[in-house]
Design a protein around this ligand. Structure first.
Ligand code: FES
Length: 106
């Protein structure tokens, strides 16, 4: 596992998102309902940036292009169902947010 630095904990307020690049992947790091999440930023439909979409109080993120919706905690598709976006563990160390990435995904 590789730790990818996202930002300082104080830089990410409730309902905000930071997009982090790791190799060829973009990861949306999100604080919602006082929890931190990391989800692949690229929508599996046509590649919209999920991090530029909007979040719901139910803990989902909605793609700004055509409205596909995914749960932040596990990436499961709410609409449509049966589609999943990859999620990643998040770690806070010394007030810095890190995403834990598989080395092979670089
Ligand atoms: S690109 Fe995300 S819903 Fe179409």
């Amino acid at each position: 596992m590789e730790r990818v630095k996202a930002c300082a904990l104080a830089e990410l307020n409730e309902g905000q998102c930071r997009v982090v690049k790791h190799g060829y992947e973009y990861i949306a790091v999100i604080k919602k309902n006082d929890e931190l999440h990391a989800i692949n930023d690229t929508c599996p439909h046509m590649g919209g940036s999920l991090g530029t979409g909007w979040m719901t109080d139910e803990g989902t993120i909605v793609c700004p292009w055509h409205g596909w919706e995914f749960r932040l905690k596990d990436g499961e598709g709410v609409w449509p169902s049966g589609i999943k976006v990859e999620t990643y563990p998040v770690q806070v160390d010394d007030d810095v947010i890190y995403v834990l990435m598989d080395d092979a995904k670089k």
